[in-house]
Write a protein that binds this ligand. Structure first.
Ligand code: UD1
Length: 360
């Protein structure tokens, strides 16, 4: 049996890495290839990540790059179909909810492959997010569902998925975090910035609803200017492009481009609190027991709020005033670790893939 592992965007690499690094400990019933769609091409989001996570060079890189939703999705479908026509495969393993996930699951299914979705069953309820559409469509054609939470299991069951095809395996992001804690690296740019006052809030924002409207983003910048605590804003390329170059960084704010994984972990671990709109970051803060404020109205990862340290604060920049006050007063909620977020998810997944491969 030949399995295609599909990666394209930053969080996909982080989810694939622990699987690849564990494969050597198993007697495998399958062969595999890594297909990189090229959705992310920025060094820190792609090649540097591959290097830091000790991933082999992908067998194929479709190099699709950026584009509108339709353009990017279509390019990935065409590229992956070309590969499958030349060198057929038996199963596509897709991760998360990015456009590469959607495009390759559709292409795989239409070419007779089985589809295995890692991080299946999560829903934000916000159909205006491209990721929500990607999740719903991918799950509707998935054969094997690997889940991170009991919430996800329930959603799948409610949608009519047969229990025997749902595998509650835990969270691969946490495997990666645990495996790489020893590699944490202080970003060079931080040294000068955090001269005497070492306390800082880490900010990441990249959701279209938060960053694509320049006026809203400027309003956000004006609000963070009011913080009395240092701020490090690690900006995704999407955000960087829209950021007002005229914005004057005050002494207390450092805006830097999206950091590689080891450097980002340093920022996470050493911050006093995190303000973000990323789902993956809210999972990491849950494990690190770091206060996290998510600038969204909904989340597809409710356990980070119900069990973890995450609080949804909505997307209005005006809310930040109150949040800065909470952070100053260290008025934080205490979190616990969700079930099976224990660093052993990759092993569980490989065991199941091996079983599926021997039965197919
Ligand atoms: C994608 C995912 C999102 C995920 C995020 C992680 C979709 C619909 N969204 O969002 O769920 O949380 O990745 O980072 O798949 N850009 C670059 N260099 C790059 C990548 C992007 O400059 O390497 C810029 C381009 O202007 C591009 C924009 O960022 O148009 C958006 O990139 P895209 O891959 O479409 O979506 P993300 O916002 O990265």
């Amino acid at each position: 049996m030949l399995i295609d592992f599909i990666v394209g965007a930053r969080p996909n690499f982080m989810k694939l890495a622990p699987i690849i690094n564990q494969l050597k400990n198993f007697d495998l019933n399958f062969k595999f290839r890594i297909i990189h769609t090229g959705q992310h091409y920025d060094k820190n989001l792609s090649s540097k990540l591959i290097e830091q996570l000790n991933l082999p060079k992908p067998d194929f890189n479709l190099k699709v790059g950026s584009g509108s939703q339709a353009e990017q999705t279509a390019k990935i479908m065409l590229g992956y179909e070309r590969i499958l026509k030349k060198t057929p495969s038996n199963m596509a393993v897709v991760f998360g909810d990015v456009n590469s996930t959607l495009a390759c699951s559709i292409t795989a299914k239409k070419n007779g492959l089985k589809v295995c979705h890692i991080e299946a069953g999560i829903r934000s309820g916000d159909i205006y997010m491209p990721e929500e559409i990607n999740r719903i469509v991918t799950d509707s054609i998935t054969d094997y569902f690997f889940t991170t939470s009991e919430n996800a299991n329930r959603t799948l069951i409610n949608n009519g998925v047969c229990n025997k095809n749902i595998f509650f395996v835990g969270n691969l992001m946490i495997d990666t975090l645990i495996n790489n804690k020893k590699n944490i690296k202080k970003p060079k740019i931080v040294d000068k910035f955090l001269d005497k006052d070492k306390k800082f809030i880490l900010i990441t924002l990249h959701r279209p609803s938060n960053v694509d409207d320049k006026k809203k983003l400027n309003n956000f910048l004006n609000q963070i200017n009011e913080s009395s605590t240092n701020i490090i804003f690690s900006a995704h390329p999407r955000t960087m492009k829209i950021l007002d170059k005229g914005f004057i960084n005050k002494n207390k704010i450092l805006i830097c481009k999206a950091q590689p994984y080891f450097e980002f972990l340093w920022l996470l671990e050493n911050s006093c609190a995190v303000i973000t709109d990323s789902g993956g970051v809210s999972e990491e803060t849950t494990i690190l027991n770091k206060p996290c404020f998510t600038m969204r109205d909904s989340t597809e990862r409710p356990e980070t709020v119900e069990i973890g340290t995450n609080i949804l604060i909505g997307s209005s920049p005006e809310k930040l005033k109150d949040i800065f006050k909470l952070i100053r007063n260290e008025d934080f909620k205490v979190g616990k670790i969700p079930k099976k977020w224990d660093g052993k998810t990759a092993q569980r997944i490989i065991k199941i893939l091996n079983k599926i491969a021997s039965n197919e």
